[in-house]
Design a protein around this ligand. Structure first.
Ligand code: ZN
Length: 508
C-alpha cells in the first residue's frame, strides 16, 4: 500500500469533460448513453501519460471525475446534457469538499451542440468554474475543429489545440494541456495565469479545405510551434472551427497565451492577419465532383484502388452515418455493372439488417432493406440483395459484408468509421486490390491516403454537406467568409486580451 501515500506538495487536479463534434444539420441525436461516460480511475487510464509510470502520473494527485466522449454525431438532447453536467459538477463538489482543487483538466472537443443551447463548452466551463472557485486553474486540449467562444476563452486559463489535420498529434495535444497545467501550478500563486490573446476570425470552412497536409494550412500551422518557442509565450493555436453547426460562435479563432502580454497580442494578431489574408487559398484536399462525375472518373481510371469519399454523411464529422443516397446510386449504376469492376462500400449502419444477415449466416443469399432510419432526407432505405460473405461480431458492434453483383456492402449494427486498412481486412475485404473503394469519410486518413492510387471527394448530401452554401446557416455571425462578401471587414475587430496574472488592464 506504499503507493497510496501522496506527498503533500502535489497539486490536486480533477479531470472531466464532454467531448463531441455535433452537426446541427443532421436529425441524429447523441444521447448520454452514446457518450459512454468513463468514471474515476477509468478517466485517467484512457491516456498513456496518466497511467502508472506515465509521463505525468507523478506530477499531480489526479482525480478522474467523469469523461463522456463520442466520435461525432448529432446534438445532445437537453436532458441528456443536464444529466452529464450534473454528474460532473457533483463529482467536483465532492472532490472540493475533501480539499480544494488546484487544477482541472476539462477535456472537450469544442464542437459539441446541445438542443436549445449555444456553446456547450462555454456553459460547462462556467459551471465548473463556479464549483472549483477563482483560484483553480482550468486547462483544455481541444480539437482544431472546435470553437472557442469569448466565454470559453475568458473562463479557461490554459487552452491548446491540435496542430495537424488529420489529427496525428491528438495524444500529444491532450498531454500538452495536462503538462502546461502542472507546469503553471508549480509557479507561485499570482503568477500562474498567462495572458490570453483571443482573435475570432470570420472564416467558416470545412476540414476538407483546411487539412494541414496542404497549403495554406500547412504553413499557417507551421507558424504555431515557432510562436510557442518565443520567450514569454506559453502556447499558440489556430482553431479553424466547425462549419456544420448553426451557432453564433462557429468560426475560426487564433489564440496565443503567455506571460508577455504585449507579445501574445502581437503574435496572435499577426497570425490571425496571415490566416485572413490567405483565406482565398483554401481549397479541397482532393478533386471534387458530383457523385456521377466522381463515379465516371473512377470507372475511367487506369489505376486502382480508386478511393471515393462519400463526404456528406461522414460519421466522424457529425453525419448520421446511415444516409443511403450514394449506396442507392452505386447499386443502381448500369455503368458500374457493365464495367466488370467491383466496388467496396463502407458503410451503412442498420441494426436489424446486420442482425438478419448474421442470423442467415455466411454463404446465404439475403435481401435486406437498410439505412435511412435516422437520416432519410436524402434517400429512403435501400435494398441490398446478395450473398453474406462475412459476419464479424465485436464487443460493441456487429459488421457484415453482403456481396452484390458489383458492390461489397458493409452493413453494421452501429455507426462506425472505416479509417484503417485492418478495418477492411478484418472483414475479409482487400481494399488494396479493389477497383473502387467508397468510404463515408472526408479527407482520407493516413493509411487510406497512402493506399489510394487515386482519390476524389464526392460532394454528396447529408448532415455534413461539404457544400456549405446548401445548408443555409442563419445564426453564425455575419459577414462570414465564404458565405458573404467580406470586403472591408477588419479581421481583428473583435480581438480581446485577457490579461491573466500579467497585471495589464483588460481590453475590449
Ligand atoms: Zn477534428
Amino acid at each position: 500500500m506504499t503507493s497510496a501515500v501522496v506527498p503533500p506538495h502535489l497539486p490536486r487536479v480533477a479531470v472531466c469533460g464532454i467531448s463531441l463534434e455535433a452537426s446541427t444539420f443532421s436529425p441524429a441525436l447523441t444521447t448520454a448513453a452514446m457518450l459512454a461516460p468513463r468514471r474515476g480511475r477509468e478517466v485517467l487510464d484512457a491516456w498513456e501519460f496518466w497511467r502508472p509510470g506515465g509521463a505525468l502520473a507523478d506530477r499531480a494527485q489526479w482525480l478522474g471525475i467523469v469523461q463522456a466522449r463520442n466520435i461525432a454525431g448529432g446534438a445532445i438532447p437537453a436532458d441528456d446534457y443536464a444529466l452529464l453536467k450534473a454528474e460532473i459538477l457533483a463529482g467536483l463538489v465532492a472532490a472540493v469538499a475533501e480539499a480544494p482543487l488546484d487544477g482541472v483538466v476539462l477535456d472537450i472537443h469544442g464542437a459539441a451542440s446541445v438542443v436549445g443551447l449555444d456553446d456547450m463548452e462555454g456553459d460547462l466551463a462556467v459551471a465548473v468554474r463556479d464549483v472549483v472557485g477563482p483560484d483553480c486553474l482550468i486547462s483544455s486540449g481541444m480539437d482544431l475543429h472546435g470553437n472557442v467562444s469569448r466565454t470559453l476563452a475568458a473562463t479557461l486559463d490554459l487552452l491548446t489545440t491540435y496542430r495537424t489535420a488529420p489529427h496525428v498529434d491528438w495524444q500529444e495535444t491532450k498531454e500538452r494541456a495536462a503538462r502546461n497545467l502542472v507546469d503553471r501550478l508549480a509557479l507561485p500563486p499570482g503568477r500562474r495565469r498567462p495572458a490570453k490573446a483571443w482573435v475570432p476570425v470570420p472564416i467558416l470552412l470545412p476540414g476538407e479545405m483546411t487539412s494541414t497536409r496542404q497549403e495554406p494550412a500547412r504553413s499557417l500551422y507551421a507558424r504555431v510551434p515557432e510562436i510557442e518557442a518565443r520567450d514569454g509565450v506559453l502556447d499558440a493555436g489556430i482553431w479553424i472551427g466547425y462549419p456544420w453547426a448553426d451557432e453564433p460562435r462557429n468560426g475560426a479563432v487564433v489564440m496565443v497565451t503567455g506571460d508577455d502580454a504585449d507579445l501574445v497580442v502581437s503574435e496572435a494578431t499577426a497570425l490571425a492577419t496571415e490566416l485572413w489574408e490567405r483565406r482565398e487559398e483554401f481549397g479541397f484536399v482532393a478533386p471534387t465532383g458530383s457523385l456521377d462525375e466522381v463515379l465516371a472518373a473512377a470507372l475511367a481510371s487506369p489505376v486502382a484502388p480508386y478511393f471515393v469519399s462519400d463526404s456528406g454523411d461522414n460519421p466522424t464529422a457529425g453525419g448520421a452515418g446511415d444516409v443511403t443516397w450514394t449506396l442507392t446510386q452505386l447499386l443502381a449504376s448500369e455503368e458500374l455493372a457493365a464495367s466488370g469492376r467491383r466496388a467496396i462500400y463502407a458503410s451503412v449502419p442498420d441494426a436489424a439488417g446486420a442482425l438478419a444477415a448474421a442470423e442467415a449466416g455466411v454463404g446465404t443469399d439475403v435481401r435486406l432493406t437498410v439505412g435511412a432510419r435516422v437520416d432519410a432526407r436524402p434517400a429512403p432505405p435501400v435494398e441490398v440483395a446478395g450473398t453474406v460473405v462475412a459476419v464479424v461480431p465485436t464487443e460493441d458492434n456487429l459488421e457484415v459484408v453482403v456481396r452484390t453483383p458489383a458492390v461489397d456492402v458493409v452493413v453494421t449494427r452501429r455507426r462506425r468509421p472505416y479509417h484503417l486498412e485492418r478495418d477492411f481486412t478484418r472483414l475479409g475485404l482487400d481494399p488494396r486490390n479493389a477497383d473502387i473503394v467508397v468510404v463515408k469519410i472526408g479527407y482520407l486518413e493516413p493509411e487510406l491516403f497512402a493506399m489510394a492510387a487515386d482519390w476524389m471527394l464526392a460532394l454528396t448530401p447529408g448532415g455534413v454537406d461539404q457544400d456549405l452554401g446548401r445548408l443555409g446557416h442563419q445564426r453564425v455571425r455575419r459577414p462570414m467568409f465564404p458565405l458573404d462578401d467580406v470586403g472591408g471587414v477588419d479581421p481583428l475587430a473583435d480581438a480581446v486580451l485577457f490579461p491573466g496574472d500579467t497585471g495589464l488592464p483588460a481590453e475590449g
